[in-house]
Design a protein around this ligand. Structure first.
Ligand SMILES: *Cc1c(COP(=O)(O)O)cnc(C)c1O
Length: 721
């Protein structure tokens, strides 16, 4: 997330939430109105902790989190904080006689996991436990089901909290809760309370990323109404006297839902510092309560600072805020610089050879392609071969967040990988799949291409209901039913285990505007639509129809279809440098290919460089060694001056033969190049561009091949994620 899209509202509200937590523990209105105090501390302030949880969920819980890295980082950080907080409060624990209880060890374990060793510290284990549960539930079940499960947990929590009076009256429930309260003092904990808010936070983040938003008015009205209902609920439950504890309300859920969405409207720059302040205020304020008491006693100001609840609250708040800010600033002053210079993680992977993805450009291309498509037609994002070398995870997640709901892959493995990343919607397998793998097709809800009649029958025999698209060969003579095979195709629609969801063909020369090729393509298109007509005449309801890949769209944009299967254009490039198309879209390349100078050396006239001594210096020269080679996907036939890299805005030729893991460039004529400089092989540097299409052309191939071979070993870094 970059600065432009930071959610300032969430950061800022943390401060308000931290102050609300102080009200819970100081009861500012206690000395004037009991009901007022209840309303402030047991209703309004009950929004504070759920807010913290939702904010954590917002940045942590993602349907697309394929690796657990962020969760581990969160758990580790919170655990360290918890450890420190426990240590900080040990003196108070000692003073309170915490260690003299009878069942010390079981009590300690209970406190460590659920209740906190100091009353307010329960939040830290709860957020860890809750994050684990929420993360796992969303990962396994997706957001909707995870929400239902965690709502279930919350309901169990409610009946042990504000609604305990009801549970108490029912035999089974009361036995259940009696046992439960042996293990934990409250249901307001990491199992029953925290998960639902974390899930809701994650949902809000996903919706925001997709650009889905409620209007400001709806959010405001929603918050107002649910807050009113929650207030009535709280006051009523209190009147009825059925509360065992007062942390959980039914209407707290919609309240939090609308509150977070309202806060999302406030965008601006990141406010990391406020985050730290709020956290510190939360952790240290009980200490400040003790401090104020002590101070009051020493100064003889008890009547003001303790008896007057409002003054007490103000004193604690001012002290907490002041100390937190001072501590945070002191810490950054002492360690901030060190932390910055140790920012290795940001450049990790940029120490050798890497791919840089510009996801803003990918999003731009999606919009551009959608604009070019006929109304009602959907984009099918082609993700085969690691998304043409761009990285399947990064690209699939990015486009799916834009609402792209159809994907294409080459194999079952690729399809399953997409599902594991949390991709929902249609995934079409374009190539052959062994019919015996029908079970996997069904389990992962993949759609299989029928490559001919014989294949359709084999797949049908597997006794697994599988979604399929019929492929028609209209002239490429690769996969598909013959264009005359009306009878056979009609039969496929009657096969019991095949659910025909689509029918398509592939154009083999749509990239060319030569008259002969255009004629051929029009023939292909004609025979495909002709076939559809014949199927219609037989009473078959035509499923989703698609013909165009990238060049199909660019040269034949007017075809009425349900999908466009876009690959190369989605990644912002054309197959060959000189290609002209009828529709000229403003597409932007997504990928850059870069490496780093690791060694600069001098060689004398007559000395050679690299394998086979293919380069011999004709003058005293300076060369730079870059750790990238054909093992990274840079074709070996680009050796010996065929291409130039750009370093510090200057073009420098590759000399000698490209090795598997390194290559050398001649920098004799360039200025100021030294170890650590970045060399650009595809992309922009200092106003100079190297295009993938040009590189491919020089290598005697097309961009598609060059990109898809930029395989396994290159690290991918993203901008605009
Ligand atoms: C690869 C492929 C595409 C995508 O082609 P681009 O030219 O990259 O857009 C579309 N359809 C089929 C059948 C493919 O194999």
């Amino acid at each position: 997330m970059n600065d432009r899209t930071a959610y300032t509202g969430i950061d800022e509200f943390r401060l308000a939430a931290a102050l609300l937590v102080i009200t819970i523990h100081t009861s500012p209105l206690a000395s004037c109105s009991e009901t007022g105090d209840f309303f402030l501390t047991r209703v309004i302030a009950r929004m504070a902790v759920p807010f913290f949880l939702m904010a954590s969920g917002f940045f942590l819980i993602s349907q697309y989190a394929c690796d657990a890295g962020r969760l581990w980082a969160f758990l580790k950080k919170t655990a360290v904080l918890y450890g420190i907080s426990i240590a900080v409060y040990l003196p108070l624990n000692l003073y309170n006689g915490y260690f003299s209880g009878k069942h010390f060890l079981p009590e300690l374990i209970k406190d460590l996991v659920f209740d906190g060793t100091m009353y307010h510290l329960w939040y830290l284990p709860a957020s860890m436990l809750g994050a684990g549960i929420a993360w796992y539930a969303v990962r396994r079940l997706g957001f909707k089901k995870a929400l239902i499960v965690t709502l279930g947990l919350y309901t169990v929590g409610l009946l042990g909290d504000s609604y305990y009076g009801i549970a108490e009256k029912l035999q089974i429930l009361s036995v259940f809760y009696q046992n439960l309260f042996e293990i934990t003092d409250y249901t307001r904990n990491g199992i029953f309370f925290a998960p639902v808010f974390l899930v809701m936070g994650g949902m809000a983040a996903e919706e925001a990323a997709r650009g889905e938003r409620l209007s400001l008015r709806i959010c405001g009205a929603g918050l107002g109404i649910s807050f009113l209902l929650m207030s009535c609920e709280g006051l009523l439950l209190r009147k009825l006297g059925i509360q065992r504890h007062d942390s959980m309300y039914l209407f707290l859920l919609p309240c939090m839902y609308f509150l977070l969405r309202l806060l999302l409207f406030r965008r601006g720059s990141r406010k990391e510092r406020i985050r730290t302040w709020a956290l510190l205020i939360y952790i240290i304020h009980p200490m400040m309560i003790v401090g104020v008491r002590l101070l009051a006693k020493l100064a003889g100001l008890e009547s003001l600072l303790i008896q007057n609840s409002l003054a007490h609250f103000l004193a604690v708040s001012i002290l907490s805020v002041g100390c937190s800010i001072a501590a945070a600033e002191l810490y950054t002053g002492l360690y901030g610089k060190k932390k910055n210079s140790g920012k290795h993680s940001a450049v990790q992977g940029k120490d050798r050879a890497w791919i840089e993805l510009d996801l803003d450009n990918l999003r731009h291309n999606v919009t551009e392609l959608r604009r070019a498509m006929q109304p009602g037609c959907e984009l099918m994002a082609v993700m085969k071969a690691e998304s043409y070398g761009h990285g399947m995870y990064e690209t699939a997640v990015c486009v799916s967040r834009m609402g792209v709901n159809a994907f294409a892959a080459a194999s079952v493995e690729e399809g399953i990988r997409l599902r594991r990343f949390g991709i929902s919607g249609e995934i079409l397998i374009l190539g052959y799949t062994d019919p015996e793998r029908a079970g996997e097709l069904r389990r992962y809800d993949l759609t299989q291409t029928l490559i001919d009649y014989r294949y359709a029958r084999l797949l049908n025999r597997q006794r697994q209901t599988v979604k399929v698209h019929v492929k028609v060969d209209t002239g490429m003579h690769r996969l598909g039913f013959g264009k005359e095979a009306v009878e056979q195709i009609a039969q496929v629609f009657t096969m019991k285990n095949l659910k025909v969801c689509g029918i398509y063909t592939h154009l083999c020369t749509a990239d060319s505007l030569e008259a002969e090729d255009v004629r051929y393509t029009k023939q292909q298109i004609g025979s495909f639509y002709g076939l559809l007509e014949k199927l219609k005449e037989r009473g078959i309801v035509i499923p989703k129809v698609h013909i165009q890949s990238s060049y199909g769209l660019l040269n034949y944009p007017e075809l009425p279809c349900d999908y466009v299967r876009a690959g190369i254009a989605l990644y912002g490039v054309l197959s060959a440098p000189g290609d002209r198309t009828r529709l000229e879209l403003n597409l932007r390349p997504v990928l850059s290919l870069k490496s780093k100078v690791v060694l600069v050396r001098k060689i004398r006239t007559g000395e050679s460089v690299g394998y086979g001594r293919a380069f011999t210096a004709e003058r005293d020269s300076r060369i730079a060694v870059l750790p990238m080679g054909y093992g990274d996907g840079l074709p070996r036939n680009l050796s010996c001056g065929r291409i130039q890299a750009v370093i510090r805005g200057q073009r420098v030729p590759v000399i000698g033969r490209i090795c598997m893991d390194q290559l050398m460039v001649d920098i004799t004529d360039a200025q100021g190049i030294s170890v650590g400089d970045v060399a650009v092989f595809v992309g922009w540097d200092g106003g100079l561009e190297v295009t993938a299409a040009d590189l491919a052309d020089r290598s005697g191939t097309i961009t598609n091949e060059l990109l898809s071979r930029l395989g396994g070993r290159l690290v991918r870094t993203t901008a605009g994620m």
